[in-house]
Design a protein around this ligand. Sequence first.
Ligand code: DPX
Ligand code: MG
Length: 577
Amino acid sequence: MSYTVGTYLAERFAQIGLKHHFAVAGDYNLVLLDQLLMNKSCEQVYCCNELNCGFSAEGYARANGAAAAVVTFSVGALSALNAIGGAYAENLPVILVSGAPNSNDHGSGHILHHTIGTPDYSYQLQIAEKLTCAAVSIISAEDAPEKIDYAIRTALREKKPAYIEIACNVSAQPCAAPGPASALLTPPPSDHATLQAAIKAVSSFVEKHEKPAILIGSKLRAAGAEQAAVKLADALGCVVATMAAAKSFFPEDHPNYVGTYWGSASSPNVSEIFNWADSVLALGCVFNDYSTEGWTAWPKGSNVVNADKEVTKLDGHAFDNIHLVDLLNGVAEHLKGKPKRDATMVEFRRIHPESATPKEDDQSIKERKSQIARTSADTKLTRADIQAHLQKILTPTTTVIGETGDSWFNVMRTKLPHGARVEFEMQWGHIGWSVPAAFGYAVGAPDRRTVLMVGDGSFQLTAQEVAQMIRRKLPVIIFLINNAGYTIEVEIHDGPYNNIKNWDYAAVVEGFNAKDGHGKGLRATTAAELEKAVETALAHKEGPTLIECVIPRDDCTGELISWGRHVATANARPPAK
Ligand code: DPX
Ligand code: MG
């Protein structure tokens, strides 16, 4: 079989496990899209705009391990690059492919449409270089295979986005055939000597401390070390907490799981037990201003091991070029058969006597009980009602996508059954991310129940992608929290800019349906209405169901209020003299 640059790229996509790629058409990429369409193993999925296209691919990568988005030059790509920045921040290998000017125009002095109006078109590549781990420009078919392979291989190894631009007249040019997929998929092994030294150092660190605790961070998944972390927890027997961004990256039904560690927004007694611990094994953790609650809850110093995807640091040592998974397996192996280091677990059971095994926090249970009593009455809907319903519909095959806003804290409070997953975008924190990301996730994981919790303000950024859920008949359940504005910002710093124009959200879905769609838009203002709407959503399989949940502007979680106060304090620090 003969290949072109475009069919080569499509074959590489299929080989790395992409069953879909996301696209928005434009004249610089039309020939490329034709070439990609020829590969029946990697379906083309369309988005309403390029920002959403990037976020859809980002969501797909969460479900599927990697993703691709194909856009046109500048007017398309510069929008998509925002989502690519997000994929970098969130450690997701998303390949952004941009159609580009004809190879004869490069260096010709010609001014082209969709550019900034100067004859130098290299600015897009230069921007992409800052936001990806590998960025290439293809202006000859001969160089295409190695440039494409370099970009894809680097993205998969580093779990970061990559960028490929292809001159519009080169996409259909003949090129060499792709070789075996292993050239892209097989990472180089850990450096053996460094790995042995790191296993020894971490094991003796653990043996020197009486009261270790394990903290799971959001880079654990990128490191492919979720199973290895369970093995380490079993070997140590100590408490395990997840950072907020890593919820569901450690099984919540594991006997040593105690909840979320997030300063004052932590699950009950988790902060106390981490303060009591004499050492922390931080696995793939990202400590930023939000996750440390304004730098107030930040495990650091000589009693902390920071074990990252490829480098582990402790007590004045750095062990580089080792895979986290090898380190954790090695330490677990070393500790096998030795006495458990379970003091934190014993103490946690004492201070949290009702819960040797993790369960919903007490607050959630109280809220759920009161909610169940309320559904028969026509009482005004509350935030607690919404959260209780979210908890009720979780199954082992549910994934909850939680948008920035109070949705974070609502989703955080849920107790996940084994297998249930949560997706947050906490490092990038682009409001509106969740709508296209839920679309992309649902495309990538058709056998799971995708549930989206999103605020009204966030929804208004990227609402169009609900139309693509309708187009592909994806039964995504959307809880849209209409609290009349940017409540999280209200808690951090209020002003008139936190008020938004209200929409008739249920009617928006009807608008997207036009004549051929089967999305449902429902509105709940009482507990009883929400109960009914959730029943309808669960039964509806022909498209998404959006439930607009109307609650008062100041009805938010206690965690949001206290976390918001800490973050506001950190923001308000005066400039250093
Ligand atoms: C902003 C945020 O309605 O959620 O629960 O009411 O807060 P809550 P909403 O979706 O409002 C979101 C709003 C405005 N953040 O409270 S978190 C600033 C911001 C951002 N991303 C982008 N622009 C502004 N995070 C793209
Ligand atoms: Mg809101």
